[in-house]
Structures are given as structure tokens and as C-alpha cells.
Write a protein that binds this ligand. Structure first.
Ligand code: SIN
Ligand code: FE2
Length: 217
């Protein structure tokens, strides 16, 4: 065998089990990056990224937008899923096919066949942006998993326990990695450490995260 043979094929990346019902699908979205980049550009042209305010009055460091039937929003009144973009008063852009297919395929690979999200949150991290430890619990359908796609700059994802104070485990997420958590892991606390500066061909000095959820049971 020659070295060229090895160079010709990318190494197979292995799925990484985090806990029962939770897995990191390493590099799963890489082959679809062009379609995803296009989808994010179209969604954010229609519903621009914005920094939401928490119920406590803090401006979030992560900029967000949504597509699909429902969008996750936060303001002084609280968190909620809203069929309308509060900035425009119009419905959120439709979920692009490439996103719908990726969510379904990643969920199926993780053991959750038939995943059909009705909400898609797009998070944009600039250097320094972070997401504090939280649970995804505003959804009525807790049987469906969360599917979370990382694109662009790497980040450290914090995988916590069932209680806010539980120890967290740092998980490095790279371009194309997809984390899927559901079943007994569905309400795990999780967060993202402040993004480090860098440059990546996908989106320069940014990290894009696309999170798919099923809200209506
Ligand atoms: C989220 O919890 O909504 C986003 C997680 C991430 O950016 O990886
Ligand atoms: Fe979350």
C-alpha cells in the first residue's frame, strides 16, 4: 500500500456517544455545507439576525434568527415560540429543504427516525459570544430529539446533567458536527463557552449553529 492511498480518502469520523440518547455525529453535515450556507443566507436575508433581550433585560451575545413554522424568541415578557417574526410581523421564512433533510437524516442516524421539526433556530456566534447553561424546555413535544448543527469556527459545547449545578463536560464541536440529544437526555443542561477568535472558510470569523426542534406535539 502506498501513502497516496491514505491521502485519497478522508478518515472515517466516528460517532461519539455522550450519554444514553445523546450522540455527536462527527462531520455529518460537511458534505452538505454548500446547500446549508445558501439556506442560511436566504433565511437571514428575509429574517435578519438580531440580538434578543432576555426576560431579565440582558442583550444576548449570540445573534439569532429562525425559519420554519415557529421561531424561538425572547423579550422582556419571557421566552416563547412565535409563528411571526416580531421584527417584521410576518411569518418566519419557510424551512429550506436542505435543512429539513439534514435534520431528518441526522436524527435517524442517532436512532430517532421520522423527525419532522417545526422550529429551526439559527444562532450566529462572533468571537466572545457565548450561551449560558440552559435546558431546551419550551417545547410541548419532549419525545422528539434536539438536532444541533455546527458550522464555521469551532466551539466548546458544555454537556451538563439534569440539574443546573451538575458537572459539565466540555465537547469540542467542529465544522459539520451534529449533536443529537433526546430520550433520557432530552432535558440535559447545555451551553457554549465564549467563542475564540479565528478564521474558517465557511463563514470567516463566525460560528453558525442551526438547532432543530419539534415544538407542537
Ligand atoms: C443552543 O443550545 O440553542 C445552541 C447550541 C450551540 O450553539 O451549539
Ligand atoms: Fe439549547
Amino acid at each position: 500500500m502506498t501513502l497516496d492511498l491514505f491521502a485519497a480518502t478522508a478518515p472515517e469520523l466516528e460517532d461519539e456517544i455522550l450519554d444514553e440518547g445523546a450522540v455527536v455525529l462527527r462531520g455529518f453535515a460537511v458534505a452538505r455545507e454548500a446547500a446549508l450556507k445558501d439556506a442560511v443566507a436566504r433565511v437571514s436575508a428575509d429574517a435578519p439576525f438580531r440580538h434578543l433581550v432576555t426576560p431579565g433585560g440582558f442583550r444576548m451575545s449570540v445573534a439569532m434568527t429562525n425559519c420554519g413554522e415557529l421561531g424561538w424568541v425572547s423579550d422582556r415578557r419571557g421566552y416563547r415560540y412565535d409563528p411571526l417574526d416580531p421584527e417584521s410581523g410576518r411569518r418566519w421564512p419557510a424551512l429550506p429543504d436542505a435543512m429539513r433533510a439534514l435534520a431528518r437524516d441526522a436524527a435517524a442516524r442517532a436512532g430517532y427516525p421520522g423527525f419532522a421539526p417545526d422550529a429551526c433556530l439559527v444562532n450566529r456566534y462572533a468571537p466572545g459570544a457565548r450561551l449560558s447553561l440552559h435546558q431546551d424546555r419550551d417545547e410541548k413535544d419532549l419525545r422528539a430529539p434536539i438536532v444541533s448543527v455546527s458550522l464555521g469556527l469551532p466551539a466548546v459545547f458544555l454537556w451538563g446533567g439534569g440539574e443546573r449545578g451538575d458537572k459539565t463536560r466540555p465537547v469540542a464541536l467542529h465544522h459539520g458536527d451534529v449533536v443529537v440529544w433526546g430520550g433520557p437526555s432530552r432535558l440535559r443542561f447545555h451551553g457554549v463557552r465564549p467563542l475564540k477568535d479565528g478564521d474558517h472558510p465557511f463563514a470567516g470569523a463566525l460560528r453558525i449553529n442551526i438547532t432543530f426542534r419539534k415544538v407542537i406535539a
